[in-house]
Design a binder for this molecule. Structure first.
Ligand SMILES: [Zn+2]
Length: 496
């Protein structure tokens, strides 16, 4: 039998008496209201503390219950590891048709980590008489959101045309991240992106290792797109890479949102550790890596089979994410890939369109919502008949919903405009659904000495010799080696 929570104090927000920063971030990403215990007027029943770092919180009054998160944190070493190694990546494999397609993505699967941590904390709160409610991840009445992100790496006229034709009618659920160095020679092409959600994919197609080089590359990439009449919002790092210096550069430039699978994949968005930047994780499987796995020339029969398998993978992932209430954020490249197989897009977008209660959205719009969601403030009270939510601030411009999760499933309630929302004591819970197809089937732990050295030297052929930044010895070394080593022949569609 569960204990009866005391009356008077709200069951939510949870009060933070010094829990690890990553844990607090996971709770905020989840949408569970939290407030620091130190805030003068903060009132709540449950006070979270970490006995490994702090003593039992002092000054608690009758009716307040302290919950120790030490055991949860101790069982999840990734919580501490993540804080020290943001952007650390590893090659993971996904099963797509008969092939295993590989991509370098975040070592820690943040979504699974969050789900495990939340499930343990939820059990602790429930055992102490509380309930687990959060601000829903999407405005009412949606159960998920969908977007197809295009990374415009190189420009191939026929591929670009084929992609724009394939997305006709679905533009509102696409976002286009453009590499300026490869596109600025085609102003009429860039003009065709006006009116769409456009972001920067850097000037040069490379994610550098220093803040200084990233600032230069991103700022110049944005300036060139603006010069051509576009209004870029957001940035997607070339190759999906992420490092602390990239994060610092993005924060310094005041960029609203970014999307890198080395930071996170297949997860809800979250605020980056530095700056006011929303990270929008996507599903990291693209046609390019399936073609690589199939070793398929894009016009061969094998290429067609790889494209067919990719379309089926996308449709299955979309349907599973829809059931699980996770964002359907997919991605791909026009050049040499989707432009050669545009039927993948038509099929995937049509399949998503047929799913109920999907918010078809651009990434710029979704990050606006995510900020509004974070701004919502509400308290949950136990009443004699059930529960009552008193909202102090609702998400401006959006219909906010509250989601109640138990082991049995979840139930959703729209926040009333009046500021008071009543919730029955036993609502009908829809059962939880898992996501299987999105999970990797394996990983390759070792990168090899040669490839580690290349990464250490930030080895690449994108930056022209005379533009390599030699302020640091690594840059000097790179330039010296580049003088002796010629660029290998370029293959369209090889990069990400
Ligand atoms: Zn790219």
């Amino acid at each position: 039998m569960t204990k009866q929570a005391p009356h008077g104090f709200p069951l939510l927000p949870l009060l933070d008496a010094g829990i690890p920063a990553v844990l607090l971030k996971l709770l905020q990403q989840e949408g569970v209201p939290t407030e620091p215990l130190t805030v003068g007027e903060a009132r709540g029943t449950f006070v979270l503390f970490d006995s490994r770092r702090n003593r039992f919180p002092s000054g608690l009054t009758t009716g307040q219950i302290a919950i120790d998160v030490a055991a949860v944190c101790a069982s999840e070493p990734a919580l501490v590891w993540l804080e020290k190694h943001p952007g650390r990546s590893i090659r993971k494999l996904w099963q797509v048709g008969p092939w295993q397609a590989g991509e370098e993505v975040a070592v820690v699967d943040r979504r699974q980590l969050r789900e495990r941590v939340v499930s343990e904390l939820r059990a602790a709160i429930e055992a102490a008489g509380g309930v687990w409610m959060r601000t829903a991840a999407y405005p009412a009445p949606y159960q998920t959101a969908a977007n197809f992100r295009f990374d415009h790496d190189a420009y191939v006229a026929s591929d670009f045309d084929a992609v724009l034709e394939a997305i006709a009618g679905y533009e509102a659920m696409t976002s286009h991240f453009v590499c300026a160095s490869t596109h600025e020679a085609y102003p009429e092409t860039l003009a065709r992106l006006r009116g769409l959600d456009v972001g920067s994919h850097g000037f040069r197609h490379h994610t550098y290792r220093t803040r200084r080089e990233n600032v230069t590359n991103i700022a110049f990439g944005i300036a060139r797109l603006v010069h051509h009449g576009l209004n870029p919002g957001g940035f997607a790092a070339p190759l999906g890479r992420y490092n602390v210096d990239l994060a610092a550069a993005v924060a310094e430039l005041g960029i609203s949102h970014t999307s890198e699978f080395a930071a996170a994949y297949d997860d809800l968005p979250f605020f980056a550790a530095v700056g006011d930047v929303v990270q929008l994780p996507i599903h990291p499987v693209c046609l390019g890596i399936v073609l690589e796995a199939a070793v398929a020339a894009d016009d061969s029969e094998l290429g067609r089979r790889a494209a067919e398998a990719t379309a089926e993978h996308f449709i299955a992932v979309a349907s599973e994410k829809h059931a699980a209430g996770l964002p359907i954020f997919l991605y791909g490249h026009p050049d040499g890939r989707l432009g050669r197989h545009p039927e993948i897009l038509r099929r995937t977008l049509a399949a998503i369109d047929s799913l109920p209660q999907v918010w078809k959205v651009t990434l710029s719009e979704f990050q606006r919502w995510w900020r509004a969601r974070a701004a919502a403030k509400w308290q949950l009270y136990r009443t004699t008949a059930g529960y009552e939510i008193r909202s102090v601030v609702t998400s401006p411009g959006y219909a906010t919903a509250i989601e109640w999760t138990t082991t049995a499933g979840k139930a959703k309630f729209a926040l009333s405009e009046s500021g008071r929302t009543t919730i029955p004591i036993r609502p009908e819970f829809a059962p939880h659904m898992g996501v299987d197809r999105a999970l990797p089937v394996g990983e390759c732990p070792s990168r090899g000495v040669r490839s580690s050295l290349k990464r250490y030297l930030d080895w690449e052929f994108e930056t022209p010799l005379d533009e390599i930044d030699t302020h640091e010895w690594r840059g000097w070394m790179k330039r010296t080696l580049r003088q002796i080593r010629r660029r290998p022949p370029r293959t369209t569609g090889a990069a990400r």
